[in-house]
Design a binder for this molecule. Structure first.
Ligand SMILES: [Zn+2]
Length: 221
């Protein structure tokens, strides 16, 4: 049985996702949480309905006579130019990684190429195209801690397997932690399953203890 999800997305994140204004890495975390959380899926549907109502109630403005046809042409051109969007459906049956993440990784956890960070912690960067934020998977051995760090921006961490605890509480499968610049935290993985998380951050982490600044540059974290 899956643990009850107790840590949800903020309104700001759901609105940003509905409006399409988030960096791709944040979109990925939001879409993944929504694929695991009925409550936030319903909240998103409510925001989508509000957006639709705003468009419906907007007074129509006169457009050039051929604007409909030229818009269709633009859409067609865009379709031809862009690779197909990943299908962001529900969680893959029996998988650890939600479907949105599997679309980037090209499979489930066995397809992930992990990089050793030391102390029982591994990560794997997920390539996003906009360069505004970084997404990565984290793998933390039971009982191990991710080194203490502060943030230069915001960090979202979604638990996919296992659990961790830090000053903000306990985070189990499906829970998402929203950490801002003021937060300095040391997530420690619970005993039991290896803890696997999806994290997105909009600036490089400031590791305060673990890595010297030079190593941070080399490892691009
Ligand atoms: Zn939720």
């Amino acid at each position: 049985m899956r643990d009850r999800i107790t840590h949800h997305l903020t309104d700001g994140l759901i609105m940003g996702y509905a409006a399409g204004t988030l960096p791709e890495a944040f979109d990925l975390v939001v879409a993944s949480h929504i694929s695991m959380c009925d409550e936030c899926r319903a909240r998103l549907a409510a925001y989508d309905a509000v957006g639709g109502a705003v468009i419906d109630s907007t007074e129509g403005a006169e457009l050039a006579e051929d604007s409909f046809a030229s818009t269709l042409r633009l859409i067609e051109a865009e379709k031809a130019a862009e690779p197909p969007a990943p299908s962001w459906g529900g969680i893959a049956a029996g998988g650890v990684l939600p479907a949105p993440v599997q679309a980037y990784v090209g499979g489930d956890v066995d397809a992930v190429k992990w990089r050793r960070l030391g102390g029982g912690v591994f990560d794997s960067v997920i390539r996003t195209s906009d360069g505004e934020a970084t997404a990565r998977l984290l793998r933390i051995a039971p009982g191990k801690a991710v080194p203490d760090h502060g943030h230069e921006g915001s960090e979202l961490t979604l638990v996919l397997q296992g659990a961790f605890s830090d000053a903000a509480g306990r985070f189990g499968p499906g829970d998402v932690e929203v950490a801002t610049e003021e937060v300095e935290h040391t997530p420690i993985a619970e005993e039991g399953d290896v803890c696997i998380c999806l994290a997105a951050m909009d600036h490089p982490l400031k590791f305060s203890k673990f890595l010297p600044r030079l190593a941070q540059k080399v490892m691009r974290i």
